[in-house]
Each structure stands twice: as structure tokens, then as C-alpha cells.
Design a protein around this ligand. Structure first.
Ligand code: ZN
Ligand code: ZN
Length: 448
């Protein structure tokens, strides 16, 4: 890295923000907001960006193609969480922008000088977990920042990611005069359930990005505590999340011939989808995670909701599985005189999120500046709808890398006692700063 001195200055500045990052992460953690609920979170992000002097900020509707959003909660729920956000300190001036499930923010910092266009994705949503409130076993409960929103918990570290995005904007604004090109930061809602990204990628905002990056918390590697960054050359699983509504006809349980039994149809659907033969086009997964059915003991069941998902390690395996699944749902319902409606609640394509040469570049860079990184290998992982953003940027000739930020985990991701150590958060901002400075150095060398 040519501008090593600039990096050192920026890293020192980032260290002065450590206390702020800790407090901000804990505040977001306490007021956890899950997919499409993130009204308070978004208003605080906007307020922070404005105070830094960022002028190009897209809020809410400007960040989405409305009908490409997936898995929105019912309107009553959106109305209720909007009121809750205001009660919990959302900034009234900005809150209306984020009403009705438009909870995203996009910030652009233009240095006014020619240079590369660099994009960072941070996700900001909590997930549907009831956080442990026992001070004896859970630090957030002990220190008073466990979630006050029951059933919503930052158990995947997106409170950390949002904070990293905010602190990155701060560092870039502070050193703006010494940088070139453009920096774009997208604060994405609804990563959990892979719902948020798809609605954001077709607005044109991503089209000029040359280098796209994301960062996610991960447990530190026990054998290599010096590695604070981890890069895997991730290939996301193709993923489709569905809610199935089965409708039959209720009648007295003593005269079942007068009804159409949605309970039986539901059972047939579950048995049927788990019985789909394995195929040679790629490994696949299927899970029925929740069923809500029936109204009473002596009533033939007239309705059910089945919450399920399918995944494929290749796009072909998902494309094999999806119509097969839909066919079984339709016909298993028909066997019992019922109908089934399928609602798609979330999806990701099977695409690589990493350009291997770019991963190697960033891994070497992390080692060079002392953050420490593993040698990126091939890895097929769980899904993250960052895949849509990577795909969009790559379509336009850009490159992408999904990085991980290491911290000791108190429990695995999505667990009720999940926690990280905030002292590691500045490293995420430093990695983003190092990447930008190095890419700007390269650009200058090529274009001068
Ligand atoms: Zn997660
Ligand atoms: Zn996550």
C-alpha cells in the first residue's frame, strides 16, 4: 500500500471512535428491530450521517422498487412497530420516510475527484429470537442492553454491522480531502430470511460500483487468534422461502363427510415434500419449520399455514426442487379437496459473492496492515442475500468480496445468548478504510 501513512492516520482516528461504537452497538442491540421494522435504526443512521455532513442520502422509498421487496409483515404489524419506534426514540423528522416497510438507507460520499467507486453493504436487522434476560449467563442482560422488544434480538451481529457502516462514513468524511473517487454505503434491512436485498438492487444505485464489499461477524479462529479478518470465497446456497396457506372446509367432527380436511392436506404436503427424490444436479435441503392449523377439537380443520424453505447448492438443484415442491403442495391439497396458495417470502440466487482475485487482494492487504487474514479457500455456505448485490455489481464488470470480522462469540449465531466483544468493531472499519485507500492508490497509478 502506497499511502500507508494515510491508512495509519485513519486507523488512529478509527480507534478514537471505539467507545462510540460500543455505545452505539449496545443501543441498537437494546432496541432490536427485525426485518422491515427497522424504523428507529434507520432514523438514527440518517441523523448521524447528516451530522457528519453527508449530503447524498437516499431514504426509504428512494432505495427500493416497492413490489420487488419480499416477506413484508402485515400492515397492522408495520403500523404497530412504527409507533413503537417513535416511542423508543426514532427521530420524528425522518421516521415517515421509513414507514410501511421501506427501511433502508443509501449514502454516497463523493470526494469530487476522479477515482474508483467503492460500495459497502451493512445489514441492520435483528431476527426473531427471544433474547435471554438472565444476568447470570448473558452479558447484555447484566449490563442492561438486552433487547426490550420481545421476540426481536440482534443474535447475528447486525447491530455491529450497522455501527461499522456509520463509523466508516465518519472516517471517510473526516479524511475526505485526502481520498478520491466515491464511497457508497448501503444500510440493508431484512437480511434474515433473505428478504431485504432484492428490492434494492434494481434502482440503478449499484450500477456504477466497481468494488463491492460486505462484512459479517464470525467467531475468531481458535488456532489463529491473530487473524481478525476471514475471507472464504463464499458461494451462497440458492434459497427459496415459502409460506403455504391451505384452505379446506370446516364442519362438525361427527360428520366429517361434510368438510374438506386441511389438517390431512397439510400432513400429506409435509410427507410429500420430504419425500422428493434426490437429484444429480446438486445437493439440496428442505425444511418445514412451522405449522399453524385448525380451530378446535371437534371441528374439521379448514385452514393451515405451513412455513417452509428449500435450498440448493446449485441453481439447478433449486430449479429442480422448486416446481416439484409446488406440484406436491397443489396436488396433496387437492387429494383432500383443499386448495393451497404459495407465497414466496424470500429468495437468493446461487451465485458466488466473491471474485477470487479480489479476495486474495483483500486478504493480502489485511495481512499487510496488521489486521491478519487467512488464505481464502473455496467454501459453500449458508445464504445471504448480499448475493443479489454481488451479482448486480459483477453484471456490470465490477468485483465483490464478502469478508468476515472475527470476535470471540459467547454462543453461536442466532442463539439466545449470542454476544460478541465490541473491542473488535474498529477492525471492521479499518478493513474498509484499508481497502478503499489501497484501491484508490491503484486507480491513481493506472490513470496518471
Ligand atoms: Zn443470521
Ligand atoms: Zn447475519
Amino acid at each position: 500500500m502506497k499511502s500507508r501513512e494515510l491508512y495509519e492516520q485513519m486507523a488512529a482516528y478509527i480507534d478514537t471512535k471505539a467507545e462510540w461504537m460500543k455505545n452505539n452497538r449496545q443501543d441498537l442491540h437494546k432496541h432490536a428491530e427485525s426485518a422491515w421494522h427497522e424504523v428507529r435504526t434507520c432514523t438514527l443512521i440518517v441523523d448521524y450521517l447528516k451530522k457528519l455532513g453527508v449530503t447524498d442520502i437516499k431514504m426509504g422509498k428512494e432505495c427500493f422498487i416497492a413490489d420487488e421487496r419480499m416477506g413484508l409483515p402485515p400492515q397492522e404489524e408495520l403500523d404497530a412497530v412504527y409507533e413503537r419506534a417513535l416511542e423508543q426514540g426514532a427521530i420524528p423528522e425522518y421516521a415517515p420516510y421509513f414507514k410501511d416497510g421501506f427501511t433502508g438507507v443509501e449514502a454516497t460520499i463523493d470526494t469530487g475527484k476522479p477515482g474508483p467507486v467503492i460500495g459497502y453493504r451493512v445489514d441492520i436487522d435483528a431476527l426473531g429470537v427471544i433474547e435471554c434476560q438472565d444476568p447470570a449467563v448473558h452479558r447484555p442482560a447484566r449490563e442492561g442492553f438486552a433487547s426490550i422488544n420481545e421476540g426481536e434480538m440482534h443474535a447475528c451481529g447486525h447491530d455491529c454491522h450497522a455501527t461499522i457502516g456509520m463509523a466508516t462514513a465518519d472516517a471517510f468524511m473526516h479524511f475526505k480531502d485526502q481520498l478520491c473517487g466515491k464511497l457508497k454505503i448501503v444500510f440493508q434491512p431484512g437480511e434474515e430470511g433473505v428478504r431485504g436485498a432484492r428490492g434494492m438492487v434494481n434502482t440503478g444505485w449499484f450500477d456504477d460500483i466497481d468494488y463491492m464489499m460486505a462484512i459479517h461477524m464470525r467467531p475468531e479462529t481458535k488456532d489463529h487468534p491473530e487473524q481478525r479478518i476471514h475471507i472464504e470465497n463464499k458461494n451462497c446456497m440458492a434459497n427459496c422461502k415459502m409460506d403455504v396457506y391451505v384452505t379446506g372446509k370446516a364442519c362438525h367432527a361427527a360428520s366429517p363427510q361434510n368438510g374438506n380436511n386441511a389438517m390431512l392436506a397439510t400432513a400429506a404436503i409435509i410427507q410429500g415434500v420430504y419425500g422428493i427424490p434426490r437429484a444429480s444436479v446438486g445437493d439440496a435441503r428442505i425444511n418445514v419449520g412451522q405449522v399453524i392449523a385448525g380451530t378446535g377439537r371437534n371441528v374439521v380443520c379448514d385452514r393451515s399455514k405451513i412455513v417452509m424453505e428449500i435450498r440448493g447448492l446449485t441453481q439447478e438443484s433449486l430449479e429442480y426442487l422448486r416446481p416439484y415442491t409446488e406440484r406436491i403442495i397443489e396436488h396433496a391439497a387437492a387429494m383432500h379437496g383443499c386448495t393451497a396458495e404459495i407465497k414466496i417470502m424470500g429468495a437468493t440466487p446461487c451465485v458466488p459473492t466473491d471474485t477470487p482475485e479480489f479476495s486474495k487482494y483483500l486478504a493480502d492487504l489485511a495481512n499487510e496492515v496488521g489486521l491478519g487474514c487467512n488464505e481464502p479457500g473455496a467454501f459453500v455456505s449458508t445464504s445471504d442475500d448480499y448475493a443479489y448485490m454481488a451479482q448486480k455489481v459483477m453484471e456490470h464488470g465490477g468485483v465483490s468480496c464478502y469478508m468476515n470480522l472475527c470476535s470471540p462469540f459467547s454462543a453461536p449465531g442466532h442463539a439466545v445468548t449470542y454476544d460478541i466483544e465490541e473491542k473488535d468493531l474498529p477492525n471492521g472499519v479499518k478493513m474498509y478504510a484499508a481497502a478503499a485507500i489501497s484501491l484508490m492508490d491503484d486507480w491513481k497509478e493506472k490513470n496518471q
